[in-house]
Write a protein that binds this ligand. Sequence first.
Ligand code: SF4
Length: 482
Amino acid sequence: MADADGSTMPHSGRSSDLTGNQEGSPAAVLNTGLLERYAGPCPRYTSYPTADRFRALCANDSGTQPWDALNSVQALSLYVHIPFCRSLCYFCACNKVITQQYGLASSYLDHVLREAEWYRTRVARAPVVQLHLGGGTPTFLNDGDLRRLMFGLGDVFDLRSGDQVEYSIEADPRVLECETLETLRELGFNRLSLGIQDFNPSVQRAINRICSPEQVRLLTEAARQCGFGSISYDLIYGLPGQDVASLDKTLDTVLDLAPDRIALYHYAHLPDRFKAQRLINSDLMPPPSHKIAMQLAASQRLTGAGYVFLGMDHFARPDDALARAAEEKRLARNFQGYTLMPADALVGLGASAISYSRDGYWQNHHSNKEYAAAIQERGEAIARGWNLSDDDRLRQWLIMELMCHLRVSRSDIQARTGQPFEHAFAVELARLQPMFADGLLGLNNRDLYVTERGRWFLRNAAAAFDTYLHRPDQHARYSRVL
Ligand code: SF4
């Protein structure tokens, strides 16, 4: 879910434990002082540079565009944005179209498949190791159109099946039939992400997203039966009407259903920026201190139940492939968050979709109208992007190391820059001094590393290496860390 937040929290300068919990628990490693110092707005670093930096693209110094590098990829990732939803959730900050007219989705698919065609001669015949349908509501598509989409993609790209690939779909439990799960498995999907948010009926009413635990139970069991290897739930804290006790009750149900992965996102209430959020009664919004308490209590509950905290807002059962990959330092990160299947390039199809290669990023027009017009006119809909410089690549690698492997090796820095860490990144290390002082990061003879409590603040550590963020003219707005 996309969000942004321009607000800041006051810095009290004092630390106090919130709950006095056991050593090693989230509540014991975090405290209000830390949260107040580091929980403010910060990029999520699903890319570097972040997407808000993208500009109109010109060819780089060697006369090429970033997509020219697609002709030599070895492993490919695909993303398709399906922007349609049947009803409006009031917390939503996504790029979506609320409609009851199915015909819109059908003609949109024509454009997506035409866009795929544009890539036919530009992408090397590389296996698609990762595929994701996001939205909006991808399950807005009927089974016939899901088939049309996947067969169309399979005609252009080298789609694979089995455990060696990660094909996932974001599903709205309110708009998903058990029969569709079978169709999805048949089409090669092996990972399912269900948007739950909260089970409390009054919270659901406040956000206009009514969905019973029974519906979710039914779908979870059906998905397991038809062989989905991993089922993930998206939850949100900080929603209107939520408090620690109500969220805890939601977690009772969640833990009972035992999804393989859980994403616990923070809700950023920005009604000035997102029209849908104006429909939320702001009197129901929990104050920041309650949000922090919810975050702590929920994280403690999840780790107490045996989930592994991967970093940022992601948890996984210890037997899940993502948790094992984290243990074995094989995690990678892309626009959907953590992943197991690093690809050399991503082709994003549909309105607002982002693509990348080793040379840079490119993003499609945001609005459906502009997207459709561009596809009809020239077969692609690229609106902006970024050519990576050598310095961007270095920082991109370093940020990825920190966020996925929780450390950056001094010898790797020396090999890449020809200088010791302290010389190559003197300014950045100075910026990180407060994080060292607060025990969130450490620096030894071998590595810069993230401590146990530092895992909550990976975004802040990454931000110290973001050149563009520290320019005096930067005005971007980001969501809060917690
Ligand atoms: S289903 Fe998802 S994308 Fe659609 S309105 Fe609700 S939150 Fe937004």
